[in-house]
Design a protein around this ligand. Structure first.
Ligand SMILES: [Ca+2]
Ligand SMILES: [Ca+2]
Length: 428
């Protein structure tokens, strides 16, 4: 069923797909940013953020408060400028029109983040397999859907095609017809056969039935929904990073740079992350050595010792997505808005994703800047979407005080608030 007509793919699923690869002019037509200068004219950039870094009470957590957990690094707390008024570094002059999420991140603002530990790498297939074997967890892509799960997206549930309800996930369709791709037409990436829902595709079978993760144990796990990622984090005694934590960590201690290492996309002619070289979606030159996902840590780490913060696979964040969040977010430990709002699908709230993937090219998506924002449907996994976890000192303190009786992974249920969301550092 890999040749399924794109028009039969659930719209919400497709939007999740496109959101990850790049978004369309259709979206830009729907969402017009009201902020002065927000259209991103390179001759009229937004002003950079005024320094507003003050002493905080209590002071930011900077020093590592205990031993470093295995597989993680300590990210010392500090201030940083979130966003980048320069916009994404690309070869696509209209990218702000076709990828409206990039417009959000033009709004530079000063943010303070308390220190935390972060996984050095994206969560791997081997790590996720340990979780599944220990818990029997079934991912969203592996289970049948009920029609009611589409209630927010479809007016008449009786009209839902049967295949929408089958287990499966979204993959790139290498067999798409390039003659039918018309980039001048709004919405081309939705409907030109570039993506397919592949029955049987899931984290165990990334390319669908018959494929396997055998031999790919150190590759990032993919086809995981936001819910799947949160379930793993809970089992591991960790949580997803907030969007601010993710960007702060991705910058590796640098300020006002596009990439974790600086502003040069490939210093000395050597690629430093796994993206798409060439014109998307027609030809990936793979001059970084990888035409698809790469084993984690195949490229040098950033200044904090983190690998693949940009490129390889997209990474889920804790936060709900709203395009206007940067304009009025807390200064310290922002945790995202209380509710998600995707202006393209206001009935279908999304969570934030960061870092771009091996499918992102400088001719279209540019999701691999440290400041680029993206969104994804909570239940939707994809073949280029994964995650990594963080742990903060308060979580570990709680786990240690509660863990005298039970130190098994996932024993710290005290991290959840009354809404079932993870308890995060104090925001102000
Ligand atoms: Ca590549
Ligand atoms: Ca990544």
């Amino acid at each position: 069923m890999a040749d399924r007509s794109p028009s039969r793919i659930p719209k919400s699923v497709l939007i999740a797909a496109i959101g990850l690869v790049c978004v369309t002019a259709v979206m830009a037509a729907v969402f017009v940013d009201p902020r002065p200068g927000a259209r991103g004219d390179r001759d009229d950039p937004l002003p950079t953020a005024e320094p507003k870094r003050t002493e905080l009470d209590p002071p930011l957590i900077v020093e590592e408060p205990g031993p470093t957990p295995e597989g993680m690094v300590w990210i010392p707390g500090g201030w940083f400028t979130m966003g980048d008024a320069r916009g994404a570094p690309d070869k696509h002059p209209d990218h702000l029109e076709v990828v409206p999420e990039h417009r959000d991140s033009l709004h530079e603002h000063e943010v303070a983040v308390d220190g935390f530990w972060m996984d050095k790498t994206e969560v791997t297939n081997a790590q996720f397999r340990d979780f599944v074997e220990a818990t029997g967890y079934v991912t969203d892509g592996e289970r049948p859907r009920s029609p009611e799960e589409f209630a927010a997206q479809v007016a008449d549930l009786s009209q839902i095609p049967d295949e929408w309800l089958e287990p499966g996930s979204i993959c790139f369709n290498p067999g798409f017809n390039p003659d039918k791709v018309d980039k001048r037409r709004p919405g081309w990436v939705y409907t030109d056969g570039i993506w397919n829902v592949v029955p049987g595709a899931n984290w165990r079978a990334p390319e669908g039935e018959g494929s396997t993760i055998e031999g790919r144990e150190d590759y990032p796990v993919v086809h995981v929904s936001w819910n799947d990622a949160v379930a793993y984090c809970e089992w591991a005694g960790k949580r997803l990073p907030t969007e601010a934590e993710w960007e702060y960590a991705a910058r590796g201690g640098l300020e006002h740079k596009h990439y974790p290492w600086g502003d040069d996309p490939n210093p000395g002619g050597r690629w430093r992350h796994n993206i798409w070289q060439g014109v998307f979606p027609f030809h990936d030159e793979a001059s970084d050595g990888f035409p698809a996902a790469a084993p984690v840590a195949s490229f040098p780490p950033n200044g904090y010792g983190l690998y693949d913060m940009t490129g390889n696979v997209w990474e889920w964040c804790h936060d709900w997505y709203r395009p206007d969040y940067y304009a009025d977010s807390p200064v310290r430990n922002p945790q995202g808005p209380a509710e998600g709002l995707d202006p393209v699908e206001p009935y279908n709230p999304k969570r934030v994703q960061r870092g771009g993937s091996f499918m992102c090219s400088d001719t279209y998506c540019i999701g691999y800047s440290v400041h680029s924002r993206m969104k994804g449907e909570v239940l939707g996994g994809m073949f280029h979407t994964g995650f990594r976890c963080v742990l903060d000192p308060a979580m570990r303190d709680r786990a240690e005080s509660a863990g005298e009786a039970d130190q098994s992974p996932g024993a710290d249920s005290s991290r959840r608030d009354e809404n079932g969301d993870e308890a995060l550092p104090q925001s102000s």
